[in-house]
Design a protein around this ligand. Structure first.
Ligand code: FAD
Ligand code: SF4
Ligand code: SF4
Ligand code: SF4
Length: 391
């Protein structure tokens, strides 16, 4: 494919290996630094007013959503954090609500893109004000679970870990005195590993974003040094073309073998997600309502599951006494409190896992709402697939 030496423009559907010309970004970047460079370019050229990214806080378990308005500050935000369990869509919506008309660039995993779409359907954000730089996503690990896993399974003091990554099916840590990797399959078979909603996630390449960036498919001398970029919209094509033409990024056509490999890895990850759905939902299907009743008997009615859900649109305050008919002073609430919520979002749960992640009582809420969503899809939109309870 003739590239930008000949000055053609990128278009939707194109794929590239891309790498930064900024040495400071290259040093910190996860692979080619394309994501940070594109966001920096968008800020410099005033395509956006601010960007929302993730920055390492106290340690590798502390992923902090960070709003950046000075392009110089972006180099400090390069690199991927897998032990954060953030939904970027939530801070993005708050920022846009407080800054009417602001143009915001942001990194988005699959669940972030789905949540943004849900907010857009509810008229909480205008997609025209967003530039979505997607990152492929194999999954995240809860910070508390990550520390426990590193201590018990890796037999390493979690406080000595200074880098973590997920590569070639392994969770890998670098710590004072060495590095170690364990296969994610082995970790998950022994009860550690990714968040349970991430295991069931089938949305590995966020093609509803403007660009989808990752490391899968980068092979040969560019392995680890370039970002694989798939162009998903005209907005993404325009940004990428301009950044390359102005010399911020380099790009070349992907190696055909790499392209093939990327397709195979994505397919394998989707199969793995389907396996987990089957495993989780089959057990649930034996006694869905009994399990919900038993698990939610620990509920302390903190409302965090409602407040943090991107598809529960009314505020928890409004919901307390109305939609869910909560009786004041009753703890745990009647199981119908939960059943009404599950019914209310049965057509829209995106399996982002926030309800479960932030539940004060560790109730596996996402598993319930996801199972109900998938079952409802199978019943009402049979073309989407067979029932999870039967296949
Ligand atoms: P950089 O220039 O280093 O920029 C990375 C950007 O990602 C920064 O802006 C940073 O703020 C942001 N970021 C860091 N952590 C998060 C987070 N938790 N949520 C949202 N944004 C974040 N690629 C694959 O091909 N296969 C995978 O399985 C895969 N899994 C991933 C899992 C996670 C949790 C994340 C965050 C990324 C994953 N990626 C995966 C993408 C890959 O790690 C790189 O982000 C991508 O290749 C871009 O590389 P880069 O050098 O251009 O990014
Ligand atoms: Fe990634 Fe999917 Fe988990 Fe979101 S739900 S963090 S996209 S694996
Ligand atoms: Fe996410 Fe839970 Fe809401 Fe589903 S119910 S969208 S998993 S917060
Ligand atoms: Fe109950 Fe957990 Fe929801 Fe709080 S987050 S209301 S404890 S189910």
């Amino acid at each position: 494919m003739a590239l930008f030496g000949g000055k053609p423009s990128a278009k939707k559907g194109d794929m590239f290996y891309a790498w930064t010309n900024d040495q400071e970004i290259a040093k910190k970047a996860e692979c080619g630094g394309a994501v940070t460079t594109l966001l920096k370019y968008a800020l410099e050229k005033k395509i956006v007013d601010a960007v929302l990214v993730v920055k390492r806080g106290q340690d590798v378990y502390d992923a902090v959503p960070t709003l950046v308005t000075d392009p110089k500050d972006l180099k400090d935000t390069a690199g991927s954090l897998h032990c954060g369990s953030l939904l970027m869509a939530k801070p993005a919506v708050k920022i846009l609500e407080r800054n009417k008309g602001m143009k915001l660039g942001m990194t988005t995993k699959g669940c972030d893109v789905m949540a943004i779409q849900e907010y857009a359907k509810r008229k909480k954000v205008d997609l025209n004000n967003l530039l979505l730089i997607g990152v492929n996503c194999g999954g995240t690990v809860s910070p508390v679970a990550a520390r426990k896993m590193i201590k018990e399974k890796f037999e390493v003091d979690p406080d000595t870990v200074h880098k973590e990554e997920i590569d070639k099916g392994q969770f890998i840590i670098e710590y004072q005195g060495g590095h170690k990797g364990i296969k994610i399959d082995d970790l998950e078979d022994s009860g550690y590993g990714r968040r349970t909603n991430c295991r069931r996630c089938l949305y590995k390449v966020p093609r509803q974003a403007d660009l989808a960036c990752g490391n899968w498919g980068v092979i040969g001398d560019k392995a680890g040094k370039a970002t694989f970029v798939e162009v998903c919209s005209d907005k993404g094509a325009d940004l990428l073309s301009k950044a390359i033409k102005d010399g911020a990024l380099n790009a070349e056509a992907p190696d055909p073998k790499g392209l093939d490999m990327r397709g195979k890895v994505e397919g394998a990850m989707i199969k793995l997600g389907e396996k987990w759905r089957k495993r989780d939902f089959e057990v649930l299907s034996k006694d869905l309502f009994g399990t919900i009743q038993r698990e939610t008997s620990r509920c302390i009615k903190c409302y965090s599951c409602i407040e943090n859900c991107p598809v529960c649109s009314p505020s928890a305050e409004k919901l307390k006494g109305k939609l869910y008919m909560v009786k004041p002073g009753e703890v745990p609430p009647n199981p119908m409190f939960h059943m009404r919520r599950f019914a209310h979002i049965s057509d829209s749960c995106i399996n982002c896992g926030q309800c479960e992640e932030l539940c004060a009582m560790d109730i596996p809420l996402a598993k319930f709402s996801h199972a109900i969503r998938v079952e409802a899809d199978s019943a009402f939109e049979p073309k989407l697939g067979k029932s999870v309870y039967s296949n």
